[in-house]
Design a protein around this ligand. Structure first.
Ligand code: NAD
Length: 360
């Protein structure tokens, strides 16, 4: 199979972790007789430095022509980087919002898995962490509060700011269908999260999710209020399989779920559109504090590459091979600094990439 992949190395540790993911993908390709064609594009700070904008129209066209996009991370130190003196629409993160919108990426998938070898990093009590967890948060990405109308006006001598949270039935239906489809490949449980006791948009969300559920009788559906879900994630995370939710709730809950694993360098993510196309990236940021020092953990990006093989190319066997190579490396006791524990061997970003590639 020929795979046409666009890579966005990005900023900070981005180029280092993408290099290791490419190394692992090339190994999978050579073992399984696939051909990988990689094209790099600029986004974020790297694009601002060259083009003055965080993402050019040409870069978007290149991404659209690919089968999938693999991204490192973008952005710099928000306190010191000159990129953050620019107006908001010219800052690195504006590139991310623009590419998601241009590629029609409406479904964001973030797995949060507690690996048995990394249980010590989980900040929860042992009686909770011992049960382990393996959940996937599916967040709507292109609607809701972040894309609604907003304005700030002067009223009675003070500023008044307004943001609006809007969802249409069609927007809810397409993400709900994706959520149920993915649940069918997992443990067949969907927890739909909303604030239906207060918000109209949430009441519509709940009604549409109930309709979609009728087409997936094998999937168990439950509804949960977002404040309760925030508590349940620390009280009993093992209860969750797929959490389906709108944009802002998903933004917050997926960060909470990441922190509960205790290992931000391990968490992959995918953003999908209506077709097989997707953008795959680690959940973490560009870690400017450790950039260029061979200290970054490349596993989140490598696992994102595995998700790319599974969801964009239906190469499940190859995706499994990457995931079990990661498991083996952890079992063999190799760790980057962020997940280091006593009795393990500390390795850098490059060596971690080599060790995973060797195990494929
Ligand atoms: P961050 O995730 O970059 O870093 C938080 C902490 O985790 C840092 O101490 C960092 O060293 C560590 N860390 C993160 N990834 C790691 C890895 N793979 N290996 C080892 N350690 C790792 O979050 P931040 O510091 O809040 O943000 C830094 C920049 O990244 C900002 O400009 C922010 O806007 C951007 N950001 C980008 C994305 C993205 O590209 N999608 C996501 C989040 C943040």
């Amino acid at each position: 199979m020929k795979l046409n992949i666009v890579c966005i190395p990005g900023d900070g540790i981005g180029p280092e972790i993408v290099t290791e993911a490419k190394k692992v993908l090339n190994k999978v390709a050579s073992v399984n007789g696939h051909e990988m064609d990689f094209t790099d594009i600029l986004m974020g700070g790297a694009s601002i430095d060259v083009h003055g904008v965080p993402l050019t129209d040409e870069a978007i066209e290149t991404a659209k022509a690919a089968d999938a996009v693999l991204m490192g991370s973008i952005g710099g130190d928000t306190n010191t980087s000159p990129w953050y003196k620019l107006s908001p629409e010219k800052r690195p993160e504006a590139g991310l919002l623009k590419i998601r919108k241009s590629l029609g990426l409406f479904a964001n998938l973030r797995p949060a898995i507690l690996y048995p070898e990394l249980r010590g990093a989980c900040p929860l009590k042992e009686e909770i962490s011992v049960k382990g967890f393996d959940m996937l948060i599916m967040r709507e990405l292109t609607g809701g509060l972040y894309f609604g109308e907003r304005h700030t006006v002067e009223k009675d001598g003070q500023k008044v700011a307004t943001d609006t949270l809007t969802y249409s039935e069609a927007e809810i239906r397409r993400i709900a269908i994706k959520g149920f489809e993915i649940a069918m490949k997992r443990r067949r449980k969907v927890t739909s999260v909303d604030k239906a006791n207060v918000l109209d948009s949430s009441r519509l969300w709940r009604a549409v999710v109930n309709e979609v559920a009728k087409d997936f009788p094998e999937v168990t559906l439950e509804h949960m209020l977002v404040d309760n879900c925030a508590m349940q994630l620390v009280k009993d995370p093992s209860q969750f399989d797929v959490i389906l939710t709108e944009n802002m709730f998903g933004d917050i809950l997926s960060d909470e779920a990441s922190m509960v694993t205790g290992s931000i360098g391990m968490l992959a993510s995918a953003s999908l559109n209506d077709t097989k196309f997707g953008l795959y990236e680690p959940s973490h940021g560009s870690a400017p504090d450790i950039a260029g020092k061979d200290l970054a953990n490349p596993i989140a990006t490598i696992l994102s590459a595995a998700m790319m093989l599974r969801y964009s190319f239906d190469l499940d066997k190859e995706a499994d091979a990457i995931e079990s190579a990661v498991d083996k490396v952890l079992k063999d006791g190799y760790r980057t600094g962020d997940i280091m524990s006593e009795g393990c061997r500390k390795v850098g970003c490059r060596e971690m990439g080599d060790l995973i590639a060797e195990r494929i």
